[in-house]
Ligand binder design. Structure first.
Ligand SMILES: [Zn+2]
Ligand SMILES: [Zn+2]
Length: 267
């Protein structure tokens, strides 16, 4: 038989190959973990985006709850219960015969660990549906282009992520709330206080911009060419850029140089 998802040959009686079975189980477990953050994101006064949501004051909240998230939870709930009945051979649409009242999270976990996950007839179809739902959940929780790493937690050193409008971040490990700007500046400071920390013009520009100081890669390159920076074969010292920035070196009105092919290879 062929795997219904990836079409590779698989054992007789299996609808999914081992790899796809693992993936499906993994996705189901990930969705189970997302149930609580999803419920938290229902509140429209929370910043949309966050496995660690941040409360904001909106001038006029459009609705008290996010209807897109409500729909998503409903869809996930219906799908998970239907899948569980399917796995147990109960007619998927005949919900009255299913006495189970487990919550959504428990249902998803039960599906992920079900012995028939790779052998029931519609495994490929459900894998497709579950993957689509997981993508939507990810979008609801973490708009991809908006969240980026901003620095480490002051207590447990875990890397924190935040969206551009997040004022506060909550560490997912130790639960500590910290101002996003403080986290970013602390990261920049550790880079700039150590003369040994070096990077490419692009890396340095990104670190400064992430910390709230707009700095273009081109600007760093111009400074380097003018001999204003501490440059070694390992790269440019963050500290030398930092000194220029705080001494008020103009960062905006520099001529925009054409990028020569050799610049792409510059450290
Ligand atoms: Zn497969
Ligand atoms: Zn922490």
């Amino acid at each position: 038989m062929n795997c219904q998802n990836c079409r590779t040959m698989t054992e007789e009686g299996c609808s999914l190959c081992e790899t796809c079975e693992m993936r499906l189980a993994g996705t189901l477990l990930r969705l189970a973990r997302d149930v609580t953050p999803l419920h938290d994101s229902l509140d429209a006064t929370l910043h949309p985006g966050g496995h660690s949501p941040v409360r904001i004051q909106t001038a006029t909240p459009p609705t008290p709850i996010r209807l897109d998230v409500l729909d998503l939870i409903d869809m996930l709930d219906a799908t998970a219960r239907e899948l569980w009945r399917c796995l147990d051979g109960i007619d998927a649409l005949d919900w009255r015969k299913d006495p189970r009242m487990e919550d959504l999270e428990a249902t998803l976990i039960a599906c992920a660990g079900h012995p028939k996950l790779a052998t029931f007839a519609d495994a490929g179809l459900y894998m497709h549906i579950i993957n689509n739902l997981a993508r939507k959940v990810d979008l609801a929780l973490d708009p991809p282009e908006q969240r980026r790493e901003i620095g480490t937690c002051e207590l447990c050193e875990i890397m924190l992520t935040a969206g551009p409008n997040d004022q506060w971040v909550t560490c997912p490990v130790c639960g500590r709330e910290q101002r996003a700007q403080t986290v970013k500046l602390r990261r920049l400071k550790t880079l700039c206080w150590d003369d040994g920390r070096r990077g490419s013009a692009a890396e340095i520009a990104k670190a400064f911009t992430d910390a709230g100081i707009a700095l273009k890669r081109n600007t760093v390159n111009v400074w380097r060419k003018r001999g204003k920076l501490d440059v070694t074969p390992d790269g440019i010292a963050y500290s030398s850029v930092y000194r220029l920035v705080i001494s008020g070196e103009p960062v905006d009105e520099l001529p925009c140089e054409k990028t020569k092919p050799s610049d792409e290879l510059d450290k």
